[in-house]
Design a protein around this ligand. Structure first.
Ligand code: G3P
Ligand code: MG
Length: 343
């Protein structure tokens, strides 16, 4: 019975903990598995001393695909089932905006994948820059659309359409065209292309960005510029052209709205696993980027673990945003240490 007491207190401890995983640089590099990631998911899915599931969700600044498409791909790479109910990518919380805007310009990503994502979120008239260029090619003087882009475009008469908001969902594949169209819209009267507003602030439509990372690790040895760099370029252009600062909303880590959304997802996942919606006391965030995963987790009161398999390569803990639970060689070491502490 003493043994039973020990194991029931361990079960109670498990019910009061949850893991939040960053994806790129922690579990995978793009489509390439980080081997310790596979083992970690086996452990959390029940291959542990108690034989029970340890709750975990995924919180990535990744973007550009339907949630279902990305979890299917990750489940295959990690060889563990992942549900969309435990998965948040940078633009996932933006689905709530579909309640407020109907006609939107969606920017970034490959081809027309982000159009698909926006329709999935419930936006009713989703325009992408290719549509605008197909309507009036003189809008983007440095761009000749390819035949496949022309086929994918849905030109409308944009001189008769008010675009209500701009949503940057993913990395721009063509800075010149996307920046031109965004600046045109921000300077227009209520999102009507072909107009220039007298008052740039009062008639301006809102702009939302799915995440703010300046840099992103890729196959290239030096990290590449990401959505944050694109946004900073836009802000500088807008200020130079209008004399006023661009107001904007940013989602993704380390923004507060994204962590609040993560709490809801954790609560929902616990309801599914344990039939209780109470938020666990001990949440562990495991990330590779001090400037997004760690700073956000620290601000939100989570235990943060920094791993060395991605962006962070420094000695010891990060100086500006130290991980509160420590620095680990990889995700397996971090998870084993956290479980060891709690159980
Ligand atoms: O920077 C964009 C993306 O690749 C980062 O993904 O999973 O590290 O938040 P993640
Ligand atoms: Mg990462």
């Amino acid at each position: 019975s003493q043994l039973q007491d020990i194991s029931s207190s361990k079960v109670a401890a498990v019910k009061d903990m949850a893991f939040v995983f960053d994806i790129d640089g922690v579990l995978v590099h793009g489509d390439r598995l980080i081997p310790e990631g596979q083992r970690v998911l086996q452990i959390l899915n029940g291959d542990n001393e108690l034989g029970i599931k340890i709750p975990h969700i995924f919180l990535t600044n990744g973007s550009g695909k339907l949630e279902q498409t990305r979890v299917d791909q990750l489940s295959k790479i990690l060889k563990s089932p992942i549900s969309i109910d435990q998965f948040i990518q940078s633009h996932t919380p933006m689905s709530a905006l579909a309640e407020y805007y109907s006609t939107v310009l969606v920017v970034g990503g490959e081809g027309y994948r982000c159009r698909e994502v926006a329709y999935d979120y419930g936006f009713r008239n989703v325009i992408i820059p290719h549509d605008v260029v197909a309507w009036d090619p003189t809008i983007a003087p440095y761009r000749t659309p390819t035949p496949s882009e022309r086929r994918a475009a849905w030109p409308q008469d944009f001189s008769q359409t008010n675009i209500e908001a701009i949503m940057v969902f993913s990395d721009s594949r063509d800075y010149a065209t996307d920046m031109q169209i965004i600046v045109d819209l921000l300077r227009s009267e209520h999102g009507r292309l072909g107009t220039v507003a007298q008052d740039p602030v009062a008639q301006r439509i809102p702009i939302y960005f799915s995440q703010g990372d300046l840099l992103c690790p890729t196959e290239h040895p030096i990290p590449r510029m990401s959505q944050g760099a694109f946004r900073i370029g836009l802000e500088a252009m807008y200020k130079a052209l209008t004399g006023v600062d661009l107001e904007r909303v940013i989602y993704g880590k380390p923004e507060l709205a994204t962590y609040k959304y993560a709490d809801e997802v954790i609560a929902g996942w616990l309801m599914y696993l344990h039939g209780e919606e109470k938020l666990p006391k001990n949440i562990y965030m495991i990330g590779d980027n001090p400037a997004s995963d760690i700073v956000g987790g620290n601000m939100y009161g989570w235990n943060t673990c920094l791993v060395r398999t991605g962006v962070y390569q420094g000695e010891g803990n990060d100086r500006d945003n130290p991980a509160s639970f420590g620095v680990f060689k990889n995700v397996l070491e971090a998870v084993e240490t956290a479980i060891g502490k709690e159980l």
